[in-house]
Design a binder for this molecule. Structure first.
Ligand SMILES: [Zn+2]
Length: 211
């Protein structure tokens, strides 16, 4: 699996492009940066962009989704049903953030932990439902790489004071689901630098040595 990082999203949110080198099947995780940048890379590497995997429905993670769908009509936008209401309240989110409202395309499919049919080449995209930052927050595990959205950051966790957020739930999601993964798994969060499960188990101040 190869990963290309597009770090210049709105509010510092990151778009990732993950793809299988052999089959050239790829997916973007969230969609928050200038779509021309992604398009140029996709064309250069001749990638078949199968999915747009949405970690959650906050404006900064879906800001360029409409532009993406205009360019990549076949790419399926997938998210969890519990965050559809966030997509519906996008005008309020944008107003609160002081940014212009953007139209959103329709979601093509709803996924959860029982969705086992998503693949890039031979590799399954495993879905982990991590509520707490939002109700429908998803992490995506592909090979030894985890895309953690705004659930787990390097040395921090996502905020819990927005719609559907819960400090208790995010703690449980991370402890029971993410920290159950192998220590070596590399974590690519929705904001900031990458990390590993092992590092966060040891040093994340929300868990740290108390874990
Ligand atoms: Zn968020």
């Amino acid at each position: 699996m190869k990963i290309e990082v597009f770090p210049n999203g709105i509010y510092g949110a990151i778009t990732y492009l993950v793809y299988d080198e052999e089959s050239k099947e790829g997916a973007i995780v969230d969609c928050t940066c200038d779509i021309e940048e992604i398009e140029a890379f996709v064309q250069k590497e001749n990638i078949n962009l199968k999915y747009a995997l949405i970690t959650h429905g906050h404006f900064d993670h879906v800001y360029c989704l409409s532009d993406m769908k205009d360019k990549f009509v076949q790419t399926q936008i997938l998210m969890n049903k519990n965050d559809l209401e966030l997509m519906e309240n996008m005008p309020i989110q944008c107003q609160m953030a002081g940014i212009e409202y953007m139209e959103l395309p329709c979601v093509d499919g709803l996924v959860d932990e029982n969705s086992h049919d998503l693949k890039l080449g031979e590799k399954e995209i495993k879905i982990i439902h991590t509520k707490g930052h939002s109700k429908g927050g998803l992490c995506f595990l592909i090979d030894n790489v985890l895309f953690s959205g705004d659930t787990l950051f390097q040395g921090s966790i996502g905020r819990c004071d927005l719609w559907g957020g819960s400090m208790e739930e995010i703690g449980e999601s991370i402890k029971n689901k993410l920290f159950a993964l192998d220590d070596e798994i590399v974590v690519y969060p929705g904001h900031g630098d990458k990390t590993t499960i092992g590092y966060e188990k040891k040093y994340n101040p929300y868990f740290g040595s108390n874990y």
